[in-house]
Design a protein around this ligand. Structure first.
Ligand SMILES: Cc1cc2nc3c(=O)[nH]c(=O)nc-3n(C[C@H](O)[C@H](O)[C@H](O)COP(=O)(O)OP(=O)(O)OC[C@H]3O[C@@H](n4cnc5c(N)ncnc54)[C@H](O)[C@@H]3O)c2cc1C
Length: 395
């Protein structure tokens, strides 16, 4: 019997496997992954210091434990180089493997900025546990008070800044926008986050970019577009991720910014599904959106698992807030869809130190919100308010 194959052992790959095993204990499962197949929670990478965790402590299960739990054959360190959708095979250096149905859970790739200088190749990225271990080693070599420069004050850059500053490191956060979290949050919330990070000791250098990184003895020298120059021990890039669509494109599946999937999580080729950071999910209005967060993975995995058993099932995507793990100023938000994010505006109120912002279109219909400092009760009330206003909330 040909196995159901899953490419990728991140949260998306393993969650769909777990959900499938709840429904079917015996159909062979083949999981092929480029990494070591250990299970870890990726969101913990940007608050590991706050949780008092070393990189190795973030891995909650080894590949052998996962293989036993899932009754699956897991091939580690094995990159799939192509998919033959006609023959229903995947190609790797270990040989070709048949599949009956296929799940693409390929994640995303870190975006690399073009920066000059003889140390530009020393810029680090953290998009998996192995990257994080390298980063922590560099920090350890630089001592208890390492100077860390973070490129990008988006969600991940802000989370790392807060976490590293809490651990006593000297953090410089650089972003071309005038405020942190500018792409997702209204100015009222971003200003609050700016103040909270500053009071934590983070130095924010905004409205500028890093143009050059050069060797400076044992350290690195960063030059900004405003000509400011300073020394640092480590440079971490957190400028964003790009959905990994390379395999899907080569196999002629429909792609855009991600792998296009329908309401069942199925790609343009029947029997091939996709979810997670690589997928572009169908929204209620027919458009497709990247949703590179945990909550959509959980929901999509349940539906895809059902579909893999032969019962084609729609993904019932409920509004879920993105929770920014910045303990100095915890933010929860559901940003408006790209399509409406230019046609409306944010309205913010501040009551007893809590800022609540709602995004309305020109017809006063609510399309998103942001809340800080957030708490579960207020967050859930805003989710309910948004759900009432509309069902679809693409990110
Ligand atoms: C630092 C950080 C903090 C985050 N915090 C939050 C948070 O607080 N809340 C939240 O909701 N989301 C958060 N996210 C996002 C969330 O973690 C991701 O959406 C999620 O983990 C993506 O899982 P994935 O399985 O789609 O991708 P990945 O975890 O990237 O897994 C991709 C898998 O595919 C494999 N692969 C890729 N190509 C191939 C190939 N050709 N052959 C074989 N294997 C291949 C890789 O080896 C890997 O196993 C955070 C992300 C980061 C980086």
């Amino acid at each position: 019997m040909k196995p159901i194959a899953i490419i990728g052992s991140g949260l998306a790959g393993y969650t769909v496997a777990r959900e499938f095993r709840k429904l079917d204990k015996t159909t062979p499962l083949l999981i092929v992954t480029g990494d070591d197949g250990g299970f870890y929670s990726k969101p913990m990478l940007s608050n590991a210091f706050a949780m008092g965790k070393q990189p190795q402590q973030l891995k909650s299960k080894t590949v052998d434990q996962m293989a036993a739990e899932l009754n699956a054959n897991i091939l580690t360190g094995t990159v799939v180089s192509s998919i033959n959708t006609q023959a229903q095979t995947i190609q790797t250096k270990m040989g070709d493997f048949d599949y009956s149905q296929l799940v693409l859970a390929l994640g995303a790739q870190a975006i690399r900025l073009l920066i000059d200088g003889n140390a530009a190749d020393q810029v680090l990225f953290v998009n998996n546990l192995a990257d994080y271990a390298v980063f922590r080693n560099k920090l350890a070599l630089a001592g208890d008070k390492a100077r860390v420069t973070i490129l990008g004050a988006g969600l991940i850059g802000c989370e790392f800044s807060d976490d590293l500053a809490s651990a006593g490191h000297e953090v410089i956060l650089i972003d071309p926008n005038p405020l942190p979290l500018a792409a997702l949050a209204p100015a009222a919330i971003s200003s609050g986050l700016h103040a909270a990070l500053e009071s934590k000791g983070v130095k924010l250098k905004l409205g500028t970019t890093a143009t050059q990184i050069a060797k400076q003895g044992n350290a690195l020298q960063v030059r900004l577009s405003n000509d400011e120059v300073f020394d640092t021990d480590v440079v971490l890039s957190a400028v964003g991720l790009r959905a990994d669509i390379r395999l899907a494109q080569a196999a002629q599946l429909q792609t855009d910014r991600g792998i296009i999937i329908d309401e069942h999580g199925q790609t343009s080729v029947p029997g091939i599904f996709s979810l997670g950071d690589c997928a572009q999910y169908k929204q209620a209005d027919g458009s497709h959106s990247l949703m590179p967060y945990v909550a959509p993975i959980m929901t999509a995995a349940r539906a895809i698992a059902q579909s893999l058993t032969g019962k084609l099932t729609s993904i019932d995507m409920k509004p879920a807030a993105v929770q920014v793990k910045t303990p100095s100023y915890p933010v929860a938000l559901i940003p408006p869809a790209l399509a409406v994010s230019k046609s409306g505006s944010w309205e913010s109120v501040c009551t007893e130190g809590v800022t609540t912002s709602r995004y309305f279109d020109e017809n006063k219909k609510m399309h998103g919100f942001a809340l800080a400092p957030q708490d579960a009760k207020s967050r859930n009330a805003l989710i309910a308010e948004l759900s009432e206003a509309q069902v679809a909330r693409p990110i």
